[in-house]
Design a protein around this ligand. Structure first.
Ligand code: TYD
Ligand code: MG
Length: 451
């Protein structure tokens, strides 16, 4: 028998090379190449083609209206764009131990029995372990089925036999086909398993969830390979030691990708957090220098968060600049504005910036908040705890307009804020009841009002 040709395949991006490489020339990942069977041998196995046929006029194609089926967990439904979509494939990624299996089990228990049974397939845990978790979550449904299996043909066969309305595979990395010689979890195996599940899902009204692990450096193993095959990619994130968990859509063919869902991990599983502002402001020290409150627009929902800055004199030739939860390039820019325009001597200072509660903000609307927090810590002068700060800052120190300012102010008024510092161009907007607006044209005038 002829020796089967093998190639080396990057486990991060799927790039191929005839020889082993220490560093991928495509995605620059180190040590990511694994020997696999050459693709021409692989492609003859098991890829099922989608519905064929002649082209039809677009106007005659029936639209999928009202396709979303709500799960009944509003935070999860929001991120999905309204619920699960029949015939869709969703990838849920996240660090080990973050709560992926928990949230999927809770979601399946809600849906089970509504349009048919729900099927949870695990290749990682024993049936008894899943049962223990279900008991802990208070789940009891005779329409929720469990399968412990990691052979792809058996998984496909069982899904076809049960014909569930929703199915979850925990995790896609443990599912393998023995027709492919490379190890479980490699790109060839992932691609094959996902392709077969995709073909199966697209021909039915089933919604399929794939759970995927994230590697040490925060990448979904084989991410580029999987991300373009599925309809929706969700990331579950949070910090160890914090009970908060954020669910974020990074790709969504059926909704917006900006929405976040906020959960809290408790002894009885994940609880939804309907009012994230309350959570993120819960432990705020009032009247402490360096602490300010900003409003970040997460999808359609404004969320109030506390920003903290600590400015201390540095003994280092290159003082430290550490930013957690905000973009460090953006912070460097704002520090330069403070030096040049306001005249603060920051080049001798270490600057630490943190978003409380582990949230990550990448919105210019928090610029003015960053400026205020740094200046407040530098001068050691606290900022009024009932003041919200909103505004983008330009390189000359001008304060610029932001999107959705009314929503941010309304959220702040709801949380008991009585004053807001906004860009000059927004000073004319209708302030919510009980809130006073101050418009600032420049960073200097903003700091004069605050400190
Ligand atoms: P899990 O869903 O197994 O994470 P993943 O599938 O992402 O690896 O969740 C594991 C963690 O969650 C574990 O450290 C225990 C904790 N946990 C709770 O605190 N409460 C609960 O009710 C459950 C089920 C888990
Ligand atoms: Mg798990």
């Amino acid at each position: 028998m002829a020796k089967q040709r093998t190639i080396f395949c990057c486990q991060q991006c799927g790039a191929q090379a005839p020889k082993w490489l220490g560093r991928c020339s495509e995605c620059e990942a180190w040590n990511s190449y694994v020997e696999e069977l050459a693709p021409e041998a692989v492609e003859t196995i098991g890829i099922v083609s989608r519905e064929g046929g002649a082209p039809v006029p677009l106007n005659e194609v029936p639209a999928d209206t009202g396709a979303h089926r709500p799960i009944g967990l509003p935070e999860l439904d929001r991120v999905l764009g309204g619920g699960t979509v029949p015939g869709s494939l969703t990838l849920l990624g996240g660090d080990p131990g973050i709560g992926k299996s928990t949230i999927i089990l809770q979601a399946l228990a809600r849906i089970a029995g509504r349009d048919g049974p729900a099927l949870y397939i695990t290749g990682e845990e024993s049936a008894a372990q899943v049962k223990m978790r279900a008991d802990r979550l208070g789940i009891a449904s005779d329409k929720l089925y469990l399968l412990t299996e990691n052979q792809l043909p058996a998984v496909i066969g069982q899904i076809e036999a049960l014909n569930p309305s929703v199915c979850a595979i925990d995790s896609i990395q443990t599912i393998y086909s023995s027709q492919i010689t490379s190890a479980p979890g490699t790109v060839s195996q992932l691609r094959e398993a996902t392709a077969q599940l995709l073909a199966l899902t697209k021909g039915t009204t089933m919604a399929t969830f794939l759970i995927g692990h994230v590697t040490k450096d925060g990448m979904l193993a084989g991410p580029k390979v999987l991300e373009h095959m599925v309809d929706t990619v969700l990331y579950f994130e949070g910090e160890r030691g914090h009970p908060f968990r954020l669910l974020r859509a990074v790709k969504n063919r059926f909704g917006s990708t900006n929405e976040i869902g906020v959960f809290e991990m408790t002894a009885q599983g994940l609880k939804e957090v309907a009012n994230p502002s309350l959570l993120f402001l819960a432990e705020r020290p009032e009247h402490a220098a360096g602490s300010v409150v900003v409003a970040s627009l997460e999808g359609s929902r404004p969320v109030l968060v506390e920003l903290q800055a600590l400015v201390t004199s540095s003994g280092l030739a290159n003082p430290r600049r550490t930013a957690i939860g905000v973009d460090s390039g953006r912070v460097a820019l704002l520090v330069a504005v403070l030096e040049k325009v306001v005249g603060l001597t920051l080049h001798t200072q270490d600057i630490f910036l943190n978003v409380a509660g582990g949230l990550k903000i990448n919105e210019p609307a928090v610029d003015l908040g960053v400026i205020a927090a740094i200046a407040s810590s530098f001068h050691n002068r606290p900022i009024d705890p009932h003041t919200l700060i909103v505004g983008e800052v330009g390189l000359t120190g001008e304060v610029r307009a932001v999107m959705g300012v009314e929503g941010r102010l309304t959220e702040a008024a709801k949380m008991g804020f009585t004053r807001a510092l906004v860009p000059k161009s927004h000073a004319k907007v209708k302030a919510p009841k009980g809130m006073e607006l101050h418009g600032a044209p420049t960073v200097e005038s903003a700091l004069a009002l605050l400190l």
